[in-house]
Design a protein around this ligand. Sequence first.
Ligand SMILES: [Ca+2]
Length: 413
Amino acid sequence: MRGLIRILSTMTIVAASVAAMDAAGATTYAVLNIKSEVVGAGDLAGLTDYLATALSEALPQGHIYSWNDVEKMLENQAKQQTLGCDDEKCLSAIGGKLGVDYLVSGSLAKIGDRSLLNLQLIDIQKARICSRVSQSTTGDMGLLVEQLPDMVKKLTSPQSQGDTIILPRAKNHPVGSPTSQTAPRKVAVSHENMALIPAGTFLMGSPKDEGDPDEHPRHKVTIKSFWIDKTEMTQAAFTAQTKSNPSHWKGNNLPVENVTWQEAESFCESQGKRLPTEAEWEYAARGGSAAKFPWGDVAGRSWEYAWSSVNSGGRTHPVAAKKPNTFGIYDMIGNVSEWCSDEYQKTWYSQADSKKPGGPDKGWGRVCRGGDWSSDRTHLRSAIRDFGIGDYRRDFRGFRCVDDADSSGNDGH
Ligand SMILES: [Ca+2]
């Protein structure tokens, strides 16, 4: 995961258990103490405990760290930090220290004779609040406690603010053998608006002193020649084929977003193509460059090539409005992040086979690459890795398709 995850030196035992759960693929949640200036510490501690219990019941496949666990995991300084912490960035930093996927935090206020409990779910990887629920009740704490299970269900439900948290993961396909290889191919596969990427060997990941833990070790990967869409899949193209448009921001030439991994893969299959492997994606994005960014090592040049938090205005933009990379493909970095075929596993690079690029059989979710309109500049690096649960719809995630060059008999070599 991203750089925020730094296991504290005092967390040896916890780190070991988190790593064990990574292997098992469980999503991890940490509960922070509910804050309030109007309720006593004892009542708040009780309410926080009930919150952890309600989460455990709502998320039987997740792993929940109660506030008691969290207190043991954090150093004193970090614990103090949580007291003054209420924005996404600060809370995400706490989550990063804990090494969890999500944080649940809450606050309790009194308005007249009513109590108002607010809960929020923070996606640590995205440094973002992905769901909020509020509930007001009259009377005592007991009534609030009774409300907690329903509140937690709403907080973690797929319908919650358009975000999906607890849907089962997408069915696994054998990774490295994309499904289109076994799916019936169309007679004619069009390579219009696709760029032919030459075969080659490159260094995947980041050098030792750079990047996040999951980008190491940097390793050689050999890629066969393939075709890749020059642009992110547009809404015009997606809608023409599927007669539907799930995108949050509508526009023919905007990238389609809010698509699940399955929808993206099915779309590519319908054209006789497939989603890129993670290795193919990085190889194509780098455009032959070993530098941090496709355009070199200067983050500031992102302005010329990418829509990110510094210039997007908080939304998607028409595809191909920025400069292409040296392979002639647009928006590999920024605008919408892009689904890849591989499963994501944090430690995969230490096992990856250079001659058989492809992800593990089972991971945390599907790899997504390239950052998006909300990404800061450090998240625009070619090597940075991200993932999403296959069923999630996000307004910052889209895709593009690839096709094997040798399958068409026209690989340009
Ligand atoms: Ca992109």
